[in-house]
Design a protein around this ligand. Structure first.
Ligand code: URA
Length: 275
């Protein structure tokens, strides 16, 4: 299999795993799957096997603790991971009925964020767009596809990190969230950070920086420098939508983001992938 096909397959499996996790958090206990397909996936893509943890699990089985074997997530045993998952699901449940700001009235679905319950890296964006509002999952539109590619280039999968946003409901017309909307939603994000205990938070774009660090300095000046939030190292970088808007011509910005992500890998003790 070519590298390109392998990384496409890994990306698709990461999204499938997220979706299965989301179904599980919504209370869906089982999904139908062709046993031959499950067997083939387990044989051919062993690294993605952990991603669908919980899918196909029999009653009474303990979830597999993959984190201890991987430096992509701090060591955590199975009960600890289960507890973190349950706590995240509890936040998501409260978000699902939240009406604390006007965004709650216009949304189709809430987008609490998804991923590993104890990741080394948490990505925080601005807020759901149209596709995210439709699916209830963070970063699944065009910007999300770019983020997926960046994560894969870092040598990780989406299921090994956590991906969330400053606000959990879509602002109309994809405008940036207003200060009151951010203030109403931030307690949920703070709770998630306390549960996830990431080593590093990557702030994607100016809104994420404003929300998490409370500063209004432009992202161009802040990116590439380490900051701190609630005891967690924070690396601000450009939002994937910003890169997409600039097209492929502005290679300098793409490289700046890549250098920021390489610094993140160094901070969590993972070697940078070859250029
Ligand atoms: N999708 C998200 O989930 N967040 C963003 O900030 C942009 C797109």
């Amino acid at each position: 299999m070519t590298n390109q096909r392998t990384s496409k397959l890994a990306g698709a499996l990461g999204q499938l795993a997220e979706h299965l996790q989301w179904l599980r958090d919504e209370g869906v206990a089982a999904v139908a799957a062709d046993p031959k397909l499950v067997q083939a996936l387990g044989r051919r893509v062993p690294t993605a096997g952990h991603a669908a943890a919980g899918a196909g699990r029999k009653a009474g089985d303990q979830p597999r603790a993959r984190a201890a074997a991987s430096p992509a997530a701090p060591a955590a045993d199975a009960p600890e991971l289960e507890a973190a998952r349950a706590a995240l699901a509890d936040v998501a449940k409260r978000v699902a009925v939240c009406r604390q700001c006007p965004l709650g009235r216009a949304r189709s679905r809430t987008v609490p964020g998804q991923g590993h319950p104890h990741p080394a890296i948490m990505f925080v964006g601005e807020g759901p767009g149209e596709e995210e509002d439709r699916q209830g999952l963070a970063f699944v539109g065009a910007a999300g596809q770019l983020l997926s590619r960046q994560i894969l280039r870092m040598g990780l999968t989406r299921a090994e990190v956590f991906i969330g946003n400053i606000v959990k409901c879509r602002p109309p017309g994809n405008r940036p969230p207003l200060p009151d909307e951010m203030a109403a939603c931030l307690p949920y994000l703070r709770e998630q950070i306390a549960i996830l205990k990431p080593k590093v938070i990557v702030c994607l774009g100016g809104t994420a920086v404003k929300g998490l660090l409370g500063v209004t300095t432009g992202i161009t000046r802040l990116r590439g420098q380490w900051h701190s939030c609630a005891g967690v190292d924070v690396m601000p970088t450009y939002h994937p939508s910003y890169l997409l808007r600039g097209g492929g011509e502005d290679k300098a910005r793409w490289w700046e983001v890549w250098n920021d992500l390489v610094a993140v890998l160094a901070r969590i003790g993972r070697p940078p992938p070859p250029r």
